[in-house]
Design a protein around this ligand. Sequence first.
Ligand SMILES: *Cc1c(COP(=O)(O)O)cnc(C)c1O
Length: 233
Amino acid sequence: MTTSTSPTSSSSPLAERLAAVRGGIADAARAAGRAPEELTTIVVTKFHPASLVRELAALGVEDVGENRHQEAQEKAAELADLNLRWHFVGQLQSKKARQVRRYARVIHSLDRSSLVDALASDEAEIDAFVQLNLTDDPARGGVADRDLEPLVERVLETPGLRLLGVMAVAPLDEEPARAFERVRRASERVQRIAPGASAISAGMSQDYREAIAAGATHLRIGTAITGNRPTLR
Ligand SMILES: *Cc1c(COP(=O)(O)O)cnc(C)c1O
């Protein structure tokens, strides 16, 4: 993040939570012997109104994440003046893929070849992560471990996509440190076929410290910064 926070707005609860998480991230990075600047923090703003995203932007946030296409599309349009980087982090229907390309700079959830194919384009490349499913439940999203390499190869041969690395969500019933160790090993496998794709998108409000310790480069943090999500559905 390049811009400094404005002192006048630093007293809001949102500003305080953002500062606390930034501090927690910096501490966890230093504890892991890593530089905080090498981490990208994406504030996941799903269910929150565009006005909250605007407040975050005023506090210096440049990367925001959404998990539903329609909501993301509306907010990106409403906030087009802000020059935010939109990250799509949710499960994505192939028929919506081309629309997501129009506003998202990064898609974190490539999990099947049909979705990769739907994102093929001769236009400018967008960045993408292959999502690894750390559970046995296909409904959780992500590619099964055994299908990781074929999917990576598919991304590499698809025009319009630049593979950054691997993304995962820690299962509810596993120690985050163990889960993220599995992600780290998956990242090594990815880099064997895609040497530049060394990024790891992992770590949420409850487990970003463990993710940083395991090498995460992109953190996706919602409630610890935004506060509880309004229940919209
Ligand atoms: C909602 C969401 C997050 C953020 O979760 P919090 O627990 O609120 O930090 C991160 N990643 C994905 C894929 C999400 O859907």
